[in-house]
Write a protein that binds this ligand. Sequence first.
Ligand code: ADP
Length: 405
Amino acid sequence: VSTSAASTIRQVKLERESELRIEVANDTPLKLRLVTGTAEIFGTELPPEIWLTFPPRLKFAVFTWYGATIELDGTTETDYTADETPMISYVNVHAVLEGRRNRAKASSSEGPRVIVVGPTDSGKSTLSRMLLSWAAKQGWKPTFVDLDIGQGSITIPGCIAATPIEMPIDPVEGIPLEIPLVYFYGHTTPSNNVDLYKVLVKELSQMLERQFAGNAESRAAGMVINTMGWIEGVGYEEKLWSMLKDVLRNKQPNVDVVKLQRSGGVVSRNAKFRQKARSHRIREYFYGLANDLSPHSNIANFSDLSVYRIGGGPQAPRSALPIGAEPAADPTRLVHVNINRDLLHLVLAVSFAKEPEQIISSNVAGFIYVTDIDIQRKKITYLAPSAGELPSKFLIVGTLTWLET
Ligand code: ADP
């Protein structure tokens, strides 16, 4: 591991099948370009000669199949070359998927559906990204489904979402934060309301099935599903694999379970880093990656908006109930919320629902951020990506907060 201090241009020669692992410095961006050969970042090829600018703190790797020379301009937190990577096994998975896509296309059937599981910080998002970018490079439009409510590769955290990937994913910009198919869960951990999480995953999957039914092209391309860290600790990796094999052998014999190695380059991120990353992601939704969007501050009357929470708060413990009675709080019950200062600094979703009853089963149009509540004048001030009226008066609130910095 080397730490560079001075900001001068330097060259790095990469041998075939090796990668340059980089953590950009904490407060200055890094410029990088490909000078000779070919190289890719998480499945997306680098354009020759062109300087790319990577934002502070970004962690990534430049991998080459046949050798390359890279130039760096700026400081890094760390950068080092590694010639042991699991890339061959990853690209083999891609090759198998390609075969299945071609067969699906020829017989107008369903293409491969891949779900990536493992602990947090095992490289799930990165592998998903590679599989999607490699497929897009071959002209497919696979669907990316992100079930990770903690990070949010497609939209802000606290949501599950799906979007077609039509081009290899940009190594700097990621997936454009346009509004794809998004369901708002409203919390960053599943334990807040496991039942709601399951209901939303079901809604999303039904919607995708409907879309696939009418679109042979995306059906054949299949999907890559990224998940959240279902299990903790390296010691459980083996267990997860054998457990999945056992469960699926009986229930879904046509599912293949493939065990893949974690890349040595995957960086562990602590709770504080994750919190920061979440906050950045929300900022990016309103202000753009390069601060190039101008969100609007809007004022509405309390009576113009209708705010709902899903789930009736903590359930009464069984011991507090009469003998034989069941706890009444329904985790998917819709609760109308009075607008008051409790909503300050929360991120709310704008539902596509036409009636309150449709809120749970509806996807969302976007998000607002509550910046002021004036109880006396009954006015709410909020930030939205654009000016003008919201697409709906039905808002969903969870526990997703943001402190604008
Ligand atoms: P998970 O989705 O399992 O939580 P990620 O795929 O997000 O894990 O990876 C964790 C972090 O490690 C990310 O910041 C990612 O960019 C970084 N990373 C992944 N693979 C590499 C690599 N080969 N070299 C450098 N950084 C990497």
